[in-house]
Ligand binder design. Structure first.
Ligand code: AMP
Ligand code: MG
Length: 336
C-alpha cells in the first residue's frame, strides 16, 4: 500500500511547474535605440500586463525627453540653446545631469557627457569619422566643467559655443531604474528589466538567483561568464555594440575625452551594483579608464564589482569577484 503514489500527486507534480511557468510574463520592444526586455512574475495576468505596459510607456517617455535624435527632446533643446542663454529644464532632467557631473568628478573626467561635442561627428552605421583636424578643433569642447547648472532655477548653460551633451552612457540605466520602481509600485516582487546592455533584477527567480550571462566580445553566441544575481543591477559596455573598422582600427561608440577617439584598451566592461544608473555610468567610465585605473576605481567603491575583458580577450575581475570562472553555460535569463 505504502508503495503506491496516488494519481493526483503524480498529476500535481507534472502540472505544478507548468503553473509556475504560466505566471511569468514577458515582452520585448525596441525603444531608445535598443532592445528592451521585461519579465515579471505575478499570479494575476492583468496586473502583470498592466505593469509591463507602464514600463514600456516609461521607456517611451524618457526617449522623448532624452534622445539626441528627437528635435523636440529636452536634450536637443538644450544643445540648441544653452550656449546662448540658460535653459530651464525639468527637475528630472536636471537631476540626471547633476548625477552625470558627479560621475565626471568621480572618474576624473573619463565619464563626460560633453564627449558628444566630438562624438556627434561619428556615424557608425555609415562608417564615418571626423578627420584628425576636426577632432583637434572640437577636443577643447569636451569638458564637463563647461556645463553650468543652476539648482535655484533648474537651468543649464554652456560656457562655449559648440558644446554638445549626450546621455547615452547613463540614460538607459536610469530608465531601467525607473522601470523597476514602476514594477514595484505595481505590486511585482520578482522581475527583470533589460535595456540593451543594462539590466536590473527585482527579487530573485522564485527562490533561486537569476543567471545573467556576459557575452563573449568576439563571439556573439558564447558567454564569457555567467553570474548568479538577485536584487541588483548589471551593465556591460562593449566595443562590439556599435562600431566600424577602418585601416585596421575599430571605431566604436565609447569615446575617450582625452583623445576624441574610441577608447582602445578593452573589449568589454561589466559592472555589478545596487542600481542601473550607477552600473551604466560606471561601465562606460571603466571602459574609458582602462584596466588598471578602472579596477582601482571599482575596488575603491564599496557597492560595485567589475568583470573586464581586455583587448587580448583575457578576463579580469575586481576583488569581490576573484572566484569567478570563465563559463560556457548558455542557459541564462538575459545576456549582455
Ligand atoms: P554604454 O554602452 O553604456 O557604455 O554607453 C555608450 C554610450 O555612452 C555611447 O553610445 C555614447 O552615447 C556615450 N558615451 C561615449 N563615450 C562617453 C564618455 N566618455 N562619457 C560619457 N558617455 C559616453
Ligand atoms: Mg554605460
Amino acid at each position: 500500500m505504502g508503495r503506491r503514489i496516488p494519481l493526483f500527486v503524480l498529476l500535481l507534480a507534472a502540472v505544478y511547474p507548468l503553473a509556475l511557468q504560466a505566471e511569468w510574463h514577458s515582452r520585448q520592444a525596441a525603444i531608445m535605440g535598443t532592445k528592451i526586455a521585461v519579465q515579471v512574475w505575478h499570479e494575476d495576468e492583468v496586473i502583470a500586463q498592466h505593469a509591463i505596459d507602464a514600463v514600456l510607456g516609461e521607456f517611451h517617455r524618457l526617449d522623448q525627453a532624452l534622445s539626441p535624435y528627437i528635435e523636440s527632446s529636452e536634450l536637443s533643446q538644450v544643445n540648441l540653446r544653452a550656449a546662448h542663454q540658460p535653459v530651464v529644464i525639468s527637475p528630472e532632467f536636471f537631476d540626471l545631469l547633476a548625477d552625470s557631473l558627479n560621475y565626471s568628478k568621480l572618474t576624473q573626467g573619463a565619464f563626460d557627457i560633453t564627449f558628444a561635442s566630438v562624438g556627434y561627428q561619428y556615424d557608425y552605421r555609415k562608417g564615418l569619422k571626423p578627420s584628425d583636424e576636426a577632432v583637434a578643433r572640437s577636443l577643447p569642447l569636451i569638458n564637463y566643467r563647461l556645463l553650468k547648472l543652476d539648482p535655484n532655477k533648474y537651468s543649464i548653460s554652456f560656457e562655449r559655443e559648440g558644446v554638445r551633451i549626450d546621455l547615452g552612457g547613463i540614460a538607459k540605466g536610469y530608465a531601467v531604474d525607473r522601470a523597476i520602481e514602476i514594477l514595484r509600485q505595481s505590486g511585482i516582487e520578482h522581475g527583470l528589466v533589460t535595456a540593451g546592455g543594462d539590466s536590473r533584477l527585482l527579487g530573485d527567480h522564485m527562490g533561486r538567483p537569476w543567471h545573467i550571462g556576459i557575452q563573449a566580445p568576439r563571439n556573439s553566441k558564447a558567454m564569457a561568464a555567467v553570474l548568479p544575481l538577485s536584487d541588483s543591477a548589471i551593465s556591460t559596455s562593449g566595443d562590439y555594440e556599435r562600431y566600424f573598422e577602418a585601416d585596421g582600427v575599430r571605431y566604436h561608440h565609447i569615446i575617450s575625452p582625452k583623445t576624441g577617439r574610441s577608447a582602445g584598451e578593452l573589449q568589454s566592461v561589466t559592472i555589478l551594483g545596487p542600481n542601473a544608473t550607477r552600473t551604466d555610468a560606471l561601465s562606460t567610465s571603466v571602459f574609458v579608464l582602462g584596466l588598471k585605473e578602472g579596477i582601482a576605481l571599482i575596488d575603491r567603491l564599496e557597492d560595485v564589482e567589475a568583470v573586464i575583458i581586455d583587448n587580448q580577450g583575457k578576463m579580469h575581475t575586481s576583488k569581490g569577484l576573484e572566484h569567478l570562472q570563465p563559463s560556457t553555460v548558455k542557459d541564462t535569463a538575459t545576456s549582455h
